[in-house]
Design a binder for this molecule. Structure first.
Ligand code: NAD
Ligand code: MLT
Length: 314
């Protein structure tokens, strides 16, 4: 029986690892946190590499791919994988698109509530032995308009939940069918501008692409309603961080909640000095269930591909 070697370069759920180990013909090498310089020296010794967001797969990393033929991403976003470079080297890139949809959806709903009621700041205030009820005046979601940019898996699930809060939903997504928006009870707009002008809360659920990088800059923020609330649990860079900072300082934006950053880890950043910005360290996919499911999906797909069976790829 053929013997395959698979390297795992980020932390993924044990249940997924077991799928590889139980396949019977796969040697699994777990090297979570390995640096790119070290990975580059050995990556060609493996038939497949499984990564998460901690590993950036550059053209340089796979310059000498050796026997590498599969790159599996335990998650949705492939912005950290140079797909073109991989294709040129004959490497198949696959992801696990459905595994963390609900985890990211639920974080988005939490961030929305946190932002409109400033819950994290209120928590910090009480813990510093203050009882400042006036400071924490919030905005009600019921009756407000939610703008969803990107009505895919996560955007669609956010829409379903936001409707139960009594929100009206408008969306911009030039790539989905009208029937999907109709089924969700969402008004699909012809332009991003239409969403920006109507929405009280705007949430982003697109991949990071050349088209969505800096989708929101000062120009777009100026089109928004005063006191708008911005949520970004998709990718850093979709909303320009400098322009968001200025709009939070000026008060144009009431508050924002952000899970993802242009540079991760974020480190010291003036964004962190703002008391109307709420942040989390890219934890959208971090639920037991979400991590189990992405690991199960990607590991099963890698096994299938190595065994010459059908698999889905990106
Ligand atoms: P999806 O592919 O189902 O949905 C993305 C939607 O964005 C699609 O419907 C697509 O048509 C739309 N879109 C693409 N370009 C657009 C543009 N220029 N303007 C408007 N819409 C556009 O993906 P998904 O599963 O919903 O995930 C969305 C993104 O969320 C992922 O690409 C990933 O970057 C991010 N994500 C983040 C976390 C996290 O941990 N914070 C977790 C999961 C996913
Ligand atoms: C994803 O794209 O799936 C997310 O960013 C989650 C992650 O990998 O942490």
């Amino acid at each position: 029986m053929a013997q395959f070697d698979v390297i795992i370069t980020d932390h993924i759920s044990e249940e997924g690892v077991k799928i590889l180990q139980n396949a019977g013909d796969i040697n699994v090498d777990i090297r979570a946190g390995i640096k790119n310089d070290d990975l580059k020296k050995i990556i060609g010794n493996y038939d497949a590499a499984i990564t998460r967001s901690g590993t950036t797969v550059t053209a340089d990393l796979i310059e000498n791919p050796g026997k590498l033929k599969l790159l599996g991403r335990a998650g949705v976003g492939l912005d950290n994988v140079d797909i073109e470079a991989a294709s040129k080297k004959g490497i198949i890139v696959m992801n696990a698109p459905t595994g963390n949809t609900l985890a990211a959806t639920e974080l988005t709903m939490g961030m929305m509530l946190a932002a409109v009621r400033k819950i994290p700041a209120a928590n910090d205030s009480v813990k510093s032995i203050k009882w400042d009820r006036k400071k924490f005046m919030g905005i009600q979601l019921h009756g407000k308009t939610l703008g969803i940019v990107g009505l895919g898996r996560i955007g669609g699930n956010v829409a379903i939940r936001a409707k139960s809060f009594g929100m009206k939903i408008v969306s911009f997504d030039p790539y989905i069918k009208q029937a999907k928006a109709d089924a969700l009870g969402v008004t699909l707009c012809e332009s991003l501008e239409q969403v920006l002008k109507q929405a009280d809360v705007i949430t982003f659920h697109t991949p990071l692409t050349d088209e969505t990088k800096n989708l929101i800059t000062k120009k777009e923020i100026d089109m928004m309603k005063d006191n708008v609330v911005i949520i970004n649990c998709a990718r850093g860079g979709i909303v320009n961080e400098d322009d968001l900072y200025d709009a939070l300082v000026s008060g144009k934006v009431f508050s924002a909640a952000v899970d993802v950053f242009t540079k991760e880890p974020l480190g010291e950043n003036r964004l962190l000095t703002l008391d109307n910005l709420f942040v989390t360290p890219h934890i959208g996919a971090n639920t037991e269930e979400g991590q189990r499911d992405v690991a199960l999906l990607i590991c099963q797909q890698v096994v299938n591909a190595l065994h010459g069976k059908s698999y889905e790829n990106a």
